[in-house]
Design a protein around this ligand. Sequence first.
Ligand SMILES: [Zn+2]
Length: 55
Amino acid sequence: MFGEKPKCTKCGKEIKGDEVVYIKMRYPKRKGITELKAYLSNEGVFICEDCFQQK
Ligand SMILES: [Zn+2]
């Protein structure tokens, strides 16, 4: 799915395909993202569901 395997930034768990993840990202300045996955890999911060629900 992604070039490099995404990991949860909190627990370091590898995000597997089909798993629910939360992505914290900056909204792009430019309109239209031609390569969304590449953008997410560069700008996105992944948080797995477990960590996201921890408070
Ligand atoms: Zn996590």
